[in-house]
Design a protein around this ligand. Structure first.
Ligand code: SF4
Length: 336
């Protein structure tokens, strides 16, 4: 069986007044049925652009290379109608800020009913009944009364629950969630993540979770794909990657993770420097300007994504076959 979603050597470019820039450079990964895959990286890493490209929803950008296969079918080859059928019916997206995706002028009940009726032949009355059920499923208090509420009358957590209800309206086979809890406080975040996990189980859907937060990855994902500057730098099973990172960037992300119980500081603050701008990608390894393990060669030789035992991969010269540098010294300092 082909994976549900397969992204193959994806390139995404944007035309800007200063010229064309590439935001995603040769990204490949897959999501299997009922699997949760997290795409993690700092802002500017290309993770959200990749999620939007999967849905062919790029605003101002275009897929300039590679393919996105849904159930073995090339999404770029579908006409608009077929694409609409896939979006919403089979793949649904949950965004970071529900306020930008909910319409302030309509009650949430109306918006869930519309989502249901857009993709299914269902009477208004049945759709309303189903909308109330969905709100109950997503843990909305007093769901029937809440149908009449407008987005601004709800809390941030409740609005995200409405977005999840809309996403689930058509029982999608894949949920793409882009930073679904970033705008929420820590307690609500935990509730929403748990809810997403429960519903995913119940609906037997797969999930592609886009996040900057390794803590969220640890709690939700079967596999993790680490992005840096438009490339995949590491991927593997979450437990393996988190316990034994094979790329210095992953190790740095893990070191930057706040220890449980402490107040959540600025995420990733511990990695000095920033993701390089698209227009000024450094030569060699894109991470060399920030890498604690870098040596001269990293500044001019571009590392490949090397396959490693245990269905893992890392893009680092340290993993080059025959590389002499001692590899086995732990990349992460945490717990040392
Ligand atoms: Fe660091 Fe060099 Fe590996 Fe890049 S190739 S991650 S700079 S050690």
């Amino acid at each position: 069986n082909p994976p549900l979603l397969q992204v193959e050597d994806l390139h995404v470019t944007f035309d800007t007044p200063e010229g064309t820039v590439e935001a995603v450079s040769g990204v490949s990964f897959s999501v299997g049925a009922q699997e949760t895959v997290a795409v993690v990286g700092e802002s500017g890493s290309g993770k959200t652009v990749t999620a939007l490209a999967v849905l062919q929803l790029l605003d101002g950008g275009r897929i300039s290379g590679g393919r996105v296969l849904w159930d073995g079918e090339d999404l770029a080859a579908l006409d608009r109608r077929a694409l609409r059928r896939v979006r919403g019916n089979e793949i649904a997206m949950i965004f970071q800020d529900p306020m930008t995706s909910l319409d302030p002028l309509y009650s949430v009940g109306h918006q869930i009913v519309e989502a249901l009726r857009l993709h299914r032949r269902i009477s208004k009355r049945d759709a309303r009944e189903r909308a109330a059920e969905l709100l109950e499923q997503v843990g909305m208090p007093d769901p029937r009364r809440r149908l009449a509420a407008y987005p601004h009358q709800l809390s941030g957590g409740q609005r995200q629950r409405v977005m999840i209800a809309i996403a689930l309206a058509c029982s999608p086979r894949l949920l793409i969630a882009d930073e679904p809890t970033t705008a929420l406080d820590v307690t609500i975040e935990a509730q929403i993540l748990e809810l997403l996990g429960d519903l995913q189980h119940e609906y037997r859907s797969a999930m592609l979770l886009v996040t900057h937060d390794m803590g969220v990855v640890a709690e939700t994902a079967d596999r993790v794909v680490v992005f840096y500057a438009g490339q995949v730098v590491e991927q593997g099973a979450t437990a393996d990657v988190l316990s034994d990172p094979q790329h210095p960037y992953t190790a740095a992300l893990l070191d930057a993770m706040p220890t449980p119980g402490t107040d959540r500081a600025q995420p990733l603050a511990a990695i000095p420097g920033a993701v390089p701008p698209l227009r000024a990608m450094p030569a060699g390894c894109r991470f060399h300007t920030r890498c604690a393990r870098a040596w001269d060669e990293c500044g001019h030789t571009e590392p490949l994504l090397h396959e490693l035992p245990g269905d893992r991969a890392a893009r680092c010269l340290l993993h080059r076959p025959g590389q002499e540098r001692p590899l086995r010294d732990a990349l992460t300092t945490k717990g040392a």
